[in-house]
Design a protein around this ligand. Structure first.
Ligand code: GLY
Length: 375
């Protein structure tokens, strides 16, 4: 098994003053979790929060690494899937942390994809008014996006991530070897977030992805590590500039206002994964930008062609089952956290690599656009 000390270990620093932390990227990092946690929190005990599937796959390796470093641990598992990001599971996890006497100086370990990270991070944020936590993301989506930047939370029936807190992790260990057990559909959905960084601010990276996506999907470790590192660098830079999303961080929501509405419409399940929803959302954001006269149609076509080439959905007609009509979708979009006094903000694009925040979106125009796309 490769040891990240001697092989390809990459480090990205998230600069947030006293809350700064490292994202480590490399194969086999999970086996070093114990000593790395001991280094940042000497004497701490830990609680591993994971979904049952991920715990069965990787929990034993993590526990062995903690044992080797003499770190005490309990484990708390939740059912797999987005439906665990709910008040009931939050209550269960939080009470289990208190039952286990996890104290402020201890460490909650979020082991898993976006669901485990968001739920465990939020439980850590509110238990005893804040316990430190470490992210060990096991999905591509979590390694490039959700484990970084401190957004934690749960969903309500109104929409995604509507209850939560900013709570930065103390360390992120992105073990690229763990992606080998990820189902291809999940890898592809996570890839949408990787491509997002190219579309929103890095045209060269998008070009690199067009050439290297096939290698990434085929399991090329170097291509995967480079894409993850580039994504983490982009996210770390944006989070350092705007931790609480008062400005530039909103760019990370390219495709998300559309996408969150489609997820709400499809019940946050297997019917449409988050990455698939934002793939359609990004396609629509580019098409809307073209319609608005902001973006050349060649760029929208190129973005959409790349998503289609890697097998991501790019239109509403690719979502299986019934969907609300255009007005219904618009209504779901108005639950977006970027709404301000009834006006909507969308992330649109001037070009590939040049996204911008569009405030005061004209609602009748958006309604007509959605109606057209829905038919
Ligand atoms: N996933 C978007 C953000 O962290 O801001």
């Amino acid at each position: 098994m490769p040891t990240p000390e001697t092989e390809d270990l990459r480090t990205v620093r998230v600069e947030l003053g006293s809350r700064s932390y490292d994202i480590l990227i490399g194969d086999g990092l999970i086996d070093t979790a114990g000593k790395r946690i001991a280094a940042i929190a000497p004497g701490a005990r830990t609680a591993i929060v994971a979904d049952e599937t991920v715990y069965a796959l990787h929990g034993r390796r993590l526990a062995a690494s903690l044992d080797a470093a003499g770190i005490g641990h309990v484990s708390i598992t939740v059912p797999p899937g987005e439906s665990s990001k709910c008040f009931a599971e939050l209550e269960r996890v939080t009470l289990a942390l208190i039952d286990a006497h996890i104290e402020r100086g201890d460490i909650v370990i979020a082991l898993g994809g976006g669901v485990a990270g968001d739920l465990a991070g939020f439980a850590a944020a509110i238990t005893r008014r804040g316990v430190r936590f470490v992210q060990i993301p096991t999905s591509l989506l979590a390694q490039v996006d959700s484990s970084i930047g401190g957004k934690t939370g749960i969903d309500t029936h109104h929409g995604k991530n509507l209850v939560g807190a900013f709570h930065q992790p103390s360390l992120v260990l992105a073990d690229t070897g763990l992606l080998d057990t990820l189902p291809e559909r999940q890898f592809r959905a996570g890839y949408a977030e990787v491509a997002k960084y190219g579309l929103l601010g890095d045209r060269n990276f998008f070009g690199w992805l067009e050439k290297n996506a096939a290698a990434m999907f085929a399991g090329d470790a170097t291509a995967r590590a480079k894409a993850i590192e580039t994504s983490c660098l982009a996210k770390a830079r944006i989070v350092a500039e705007d931790e609480l999303e008062n400005g530039v961080r909103a760019l990370l929501n390219l495709g998300h206002t559309f996408g969150h509405a489609f997820e709400a419409a499809t019940g946050y399940g297997d019917r449409l994964l988050h990455g698939e929803a934002i793939s359609i959302g990004m396609a629509l954001a580019f098409e809307y930008s073209v319609m608005h006269g902001d973006c050349a149609s060649e760029d929208a076509d190129r973005a959409i062609a790349h998503f289609a080439n890697v097998g991501l959905p790019v239109s509403l007609s690719q979502i299986p089952g019934e969907l609300p009509d255009g007005d219904g979708l618009l209504d779901l979009m108005t639950q977006d956290k970027k709404m301000q006094r009834g006006t909507m903000t969308l992330i649109l694009a001037h070009a590939i690599g040049d996204a911008y925040v569009a405030r005061n979106v004209d609602m009748p125009t958006l309604a007509a656009f959605l109606k057209r796309k829905r038919n």
